[in-house]
Design a protein around this ligand. Structure first.
Ligand code: G4P
Length: 522
């Protein structure tokens, strides 16, 4: 099989959702399709400490969660599926965002009883910014939820994206009859169990389906669908692939219902790995030279060896175990000897990989997040990974002042690696850390103690609103502890506003000062 054939089979995606919307349940069902697990519930086992014997870092064991995103891959219907996990809950961190730089499409799960929730919005923004195609699964139709039309309207309004319902539900909760499958031109009947009945539209007139078609709930849904067909947007695969339209599916991950139809349609429409921009122009996935970039580094996955694993997204060529590559940033050669592919929670050795695949490579303390590795002598770097504005800030000092040197070294290395963001107070030079989620602080504290032998004191300064300033508009006398002026790693000035209210007050009083939101998608 040619590299091009291999690439066209790859589907690399992440599932995004707010906690409890059903991401784990959906992942389980997809793994069942891939025959990766024998019964649903295995993924869930994570929470009950099933993996306590694994050698992941200590903190992970203590909390019974996976600190960083893992990768699951399996063959399905002739495709090679790679699912990247995006941690939520209290393990929500910058890694969650960065994972989205390594996927080609995204599945967004929405709880029909709740609609769009906070974490979904955050993750969605990143996808939108990057133009990643988004497929939506509205979950928990086996329960009484919100009206489908209302849910679509909410997606369009809150997320500013066109919707195209691929399926349309007839009833919900106790009255849930199934869904119209607009794409497959069939009605998928819900039988209250795992068995779905597929009735082609043409057969709905048959007497055996009389009871279904004459049901008031069915008829109401049919009328609603007619309305959607008339007034709704046209389906456009181009708009889907550019991230401007999201195909929407209704179902229940738990039942499961509508999952197979969703997944089959998704897999056939979702894009294969696309060419990526680099400093040397666009690099095609079937470029003969292997290349990829690192989007995550996990330290101490095996405490006995103190090793670090860098997660690499393959972007071109063919990866072969033991191959020699160059680190584009330094030009130094590196041998990719210990490679691993991630299958659920186990680590298998990978022999070869193609664009779209994620491999774990042994990191001899050489890599930084965003690094490009390339085979051959023609060096280039993929686009820098975006910076994600932190939401929580803490002042950090060493408990023991005698350890100032290790303290600085540790912070600098961890910051360089991308574990956490560092800011310096514009006048006092005191260190302020910024993180997307609480977990990043725990990991930071743990690693400072275990790798650099320094105990740190963290003093929260709250959930600030960071806004970047243009250098010519910086006047330090305008800021104080409330709206704090700091510098980021690249010496750009940033104001950490106490809250939205403070920021708006500032805006009203200084309309001429441009406050830059790195996260603004519009
Ligand atoms: P998450 O990973 O997005 O956080 O969600 P998860 O799959 O863990 O699902 C959260 C809860 O919602 C679970 O219930 C799960 O069983 C339930 N759920 C998921 N999909 C559906 C669905 O289609 N219909 C219904 N009715 N429920 C669904 P739980 O009580 O928190 O956990 P459990 O004790 O059932 O495992």
């Amino acid at each position: 099989m040619t590299t091009q054939d291999q690439v066209s089979k790859r589907r690399t995606f992440a599932i995004i959702s707010h906690p409890d919307a059903g991401k784990t349940t959906m992942t389980e069902k997809l793994l069942l399709f891939g025959n990766l697990i024998r019964s649903a519930g295995t993924v869930k086992g994570k929470k009950s400490g099933k993996f306590a014997t694994s050698d992941w870092m200590e903190i992970e064991k203590q909390r019974g969660i996976s600190v960083t995103s893992s990768v699951m891959n399996f063959p399905y219907n002739g495709y090679q599926v790679n699912i990247l996990d995006t941690p939520g809950h209290e393990d929500f961190s910058e890694d969650t965002y960065r994972t989205l730089t390594a996927v080609d499409s995204v599945v967004m799960i929405i709880d029909a009883t709740k609609g769009i929730e906070a974490q979904t919005i955050k993750l969605f923004k990143v996808c939108k910014m990057r133009g990643i195609p988004i497929f939506t699964f509205i979950n928990k139709l086996d329960r009484e939820g919100r009206e489908p039309l209302e849910l679509l309207e909410e997606i369009e309004e809150v997320l500013d994206i066109e919707t195209y319902p691929m399926t349309w539900p007839a009833g919900m909760g106790k009255r849930f009859l199934g869904t119209f499958d607009r794409y497959g031109e069939q009605f998928i009947q819900y039988n209250g169990n795992e068995e779905e009945t597929y009735i082609p539209y043409a057969d709905l007139d048959n007497p055996e389906h009389e009871a279904l078609v004459s049901d008031g709930t069915y008829q109401a849904a049919n009328d609603e669908l007619a309305l959607v067909e008339e007034a709704g947007d046209e389906f456009s695969l181009d708009a889907v692939l550019s991230g401007d339209q999201t195909p929407v599916f209704f179902g229940s991950a738990l039942a499961p219902f509508g999952v197979q139809t969703f997944f089959d349609t998704f897999i056939s429409m979702a894009p294969a790995p696309a060419p990526r921009k680099s400093t040397e122009g666009v690099i095609s996935p079937d470029n003969p030279d292997f290349s990829g970039f690192i989007f995550k580094i996990q330290a101490n996955m095996n405490p006995a060896h103190r090793d670090r694993v860098a997660f690499l997204r393959v972007c071109s060529g063919k990866f072969e175990r033991g191959m020699s590559v160059k680190l584009a940033r330094t030009g130094k050669p590196i041998k990719l000897a210990q490679s691993q592919q991630f299958v659920a929670s186990s680590r298998d050795t990978v022999q070869e990989a193609y664009a779209g695949d994620i491999i774990g490579i042994y990191d001899p303390n050489a890599y930084q997040i965003g690094d490009t590795v390339v085979e051959g002598n023609h060096l280039f770097e993929y686009q820098e990974l975006p910076q994600f504005p932190p939401e929580q800030f803490q002042r950090v000092t060493a408990k023991n002042v005698m350890k100032a040197k290790q303290f600085r070294k540790g912070i600098e290395q961890l910051v360089q690696e991308g574990a956490i963001q560092l800011y310096k107070h514009h006048r006092s030079e005191s260190y302020i850390l910024g993180a997307v989620g609480e977990l990043q602080y725990e990991v930071f504290q743990y690693r400072m103690r275990n790798e650099y032998n320094v105990d740190v004191v963290l003093e929260p300064i709250g959930e600030r609103v960071p806004r970047w300033l243009k250098p010519e508009q910086v006047d330090p006398s305008m800021y104080d502890e409330r709206n704090m002026l700091v510098r980021d790693r690249s010496d750009n000035y940033v104001v950490l506003f106490k809250n939205e209210f403070s920021m708006n007050w500032f805006k009203d009083n200084h309309p001429d000062i441009e406050l830059i939101d790195l996260f603004d998608v519009n």
